[in-house]
Design a protein around this ligand. Structure first.
Ligand code: GTP
Ligand code: MG
Length: 195
C-alpha cells in the first residue's frame, strides 16, 4: 500500500462523533505512551500524529483519512496511573461506543511495549475486545530498545503469554528503525484489499 496522502479529519471527544464510514478502517490502541502516535507517523512516513514524552496525550479518537479512502484511527491510551476515575469512565464510554458501533472497523492493532511483559491493563484490553468480538493483531513497539542478545527470549515470552488468548499474529516494530513497518502496511493492505 502506498500512502499518498494523509489528513487528520476528525478529533472525536464524545461517543458517536465520528466521520461517516468509508471503505475500510483500522484502529490502533494501547497503553498511554506505548507509541501509537509514533507508529502512525511511521506508517504514514510523515509527522501528522502528535507525539509526546508525557503519557495520556491523545485523549480523543483521532481519525486519519488515508488516500481519501480509508481511516486509520488513533484511539486514546489506557493504563496511565495519574488519570482520575472520571476520566477513566469517559475513556471507557468513548472507546466502547466506538467498538460497538463502528461497523466499518476491520482490525484493531493492539500495541504492547516490546521491552517489558504485558501489563494487567493490556490483558484487560484483550479480554474486553474478545468479549466484543473485535478482531485484533498484536504489535510490539520500541523494539529498537531491546538488546539483540535478548530479542529472541523477549519475543518468545510475548508469544507464550498471548497464546493463552488464542492464535494471534505478533508483529515486532520500531518507529525509530522502521522495523516491521512495511510488514504492517502489507497486512493492512490485505485487510483493506488494497495493493
Ligand atoms: P499517548 O497518546 O499519550 O497515549 O501516547 P502514544 O501511545 O501515542 O505514544 P507516543 O507515540 O506519543 O510516544 C510516546 C513516547 O515513546 C515518545 O517519547 C516517543 O518518542 C517514544 N517512542 C514511540 N515509539 C518508539 C519506538 O519505536 N522506539 C523508541 N525508542 N521510542 C519510541
Ligand atoms: Mg498518542
Amino acid at each position: 500500500m502506498i500512502i499518498r496522502d494523509v489528513e487528520l479529519v476528525k478529533v472525536a471527544r464524545t461517543p458517536g462523533d465520528y466521520p461517516p464510514s468509508l471503505k475500510g478502517e483500522v484502529a490502533f490502541v494501547g497503553r498511554s505512551n506505548v507509541g501509537k502516535s509514533s507508529l502512525l507517523n511511521a506508517l504514514f512516513n510523515r509527522k501528522v500524529a502528535f507525539v509526546s514524552k508525557t503519557p495520556g496525550k491523545t485523549r480523543s479518537i483521532n481519525f486519519y483519512l488515508v488516500n481519501s479512502k480509508y481511516y486509520f484511527v488513533d484511539l486514546p491510551g489506557y493504563g496511565y496511573a495519574k488519570v482520575s476515575k472520571k476520566e477513566r469512565m469517559l475513556w471507557k464510554r468513548l472507546v466502547e461506543d466506538y467498538f460497538k458501533n463502528r461497523w466499518s472497523l476491520q482490525m484493531v492493532f493492539l500495541l504492547v511495549d516490546g521491552r517489558i511483559p504485558p501489563q494487567d491493563s493490556d490483558f484487560m484490553m484483550i479480554e474486553w475486545m474478545k468479549s466484543l468480538n473485535i478482531p485484533f493483531t498484536i504489535v510490539l513497539t520500541k523494539m529498537d530498545k531491546v538488546k539483540m542478545s535478548e530479542r529472541a527470549k523477549k519475543l518468545e515470552e510475548h508469544r507464550k503469554v498471548f497464546s493463552r488468548y488464542g492464535e494471534y499474529t505478533i508483529i515486532p516494530t520500531s518507529s525509530v528503525t522502521g522495523e516491521g513497518i512495511s510488514e504492517l502496511l502489507d497486512l493492512i493492505s490485505t485487510l483493506l484489499k488494497e495493493n
